[in-house]
Design a binder for this molecule. Structure first.
Ligand code: 5RP
Length: 229
């Protein structure tokens, strides 16, 4: 009997991680995101680290992984511009707009993405959606504002829950909390991102429409599919 192997989600992540190496400009500092797909990218990066003088990282977790492999990590303030930022997404739509923050690193991800000329999103094909919003929207919030911000989401039809970790509210790398908002209808990502950005107490909303991806490398069982926006 012939056994047809189907690619596991982890194999799809490894495929796109490898494909992302083609977007590095030898000798230039890169931006590195956070998450399980990026972890595979960092592993792949180790094989070409001679071409990468340093990285700017979006989380403590990625910083530790990069340094463990001998890749220097710079503070974002030391860098004016990055040619490329490589990161994953929780959802990506047909225009390159994303929901991010499943790994709670959304604020630093947005900062590093803002420094980069190009955002290359790496994801398995399950992340591709017609409209954002099935994945609960992460929002980083100053702790004293969580109840107020949750009520504002409730008024627009969303149900916000405080993200917990080991029995206590999760604390981000920036010392803030995360609300995960279920049931939002996101028809206009850019407009919703801009509106929520204005709310007092919101540090970062996990809609990446202003800092959307220019390229998405999608892992599929048939190979990596490249989508440019
Ligand atoms: C972390 C993120 C990640 O990019 C997102 O959660 C995707 O992670 P993974 O590659 O593990 O599916 O936004 O804040």
């Amino acid at each position: 009997m012939t056994r047809i192997a189907s690619a596991t989600q982890d194999e799809l992540k490894a495929q796109v991680a490898q494909a992302a190496l083609a977007y590095l400009v030898p000798g230039q500092i890169i931006g590195v995101g956070t998450g399980s797909t990026v972890n595979r990218f960092i592993e792949a990066l180790a094989r070409v680290k001679d071409q990468v003088p340093a990285a700017v990282s979006s989380s403590q977790a990625s910083t530790e992984r990069l340094r463990a492999l001998g890749i220097a990590v710079l503070d974002a303030n030391e860098v004016e511009r990055l040619s490329v930022y490589i990161d994953g997404a929780d959802e990506i739509d047909g225009q390159g707009c994303m929901i991010k923050g499943g790994g709670a690193a959304l604020t630093r991800e947005k900062i590093v993405a803002a420094l980069a000329e190009r955002f290359i999103c790496i994801a398995d094909e399950s992340k591709r959606v017609a409209r954002l919003g099935s994945f609960p929207l992460p929002v980083e919030v100053v702790p004293m504002a969580t109840a107020h911000v949750a009520r504002r989401f409730h008024a627009m039809g969303g149900a916000a829950t405080l993200r917990m970790w080991e029995g206590a509210p999760m604390v981000t790398d920036n010392g803030q909390h995360i609300l995960d908002v279920h049931g939002l209808r996101i028809d206009d990502p850019l407009a919703l991102e801009s509106a929520i950005n204005q709310w007092p107490g919101v540090v970062t909303v996990g809609i990446f429409a202003q800092q959307r991806a220019q390229v998405c490398l999608l892992g599929t069982p048939q190979g990596v599919k490249t989508v440019s926006y």
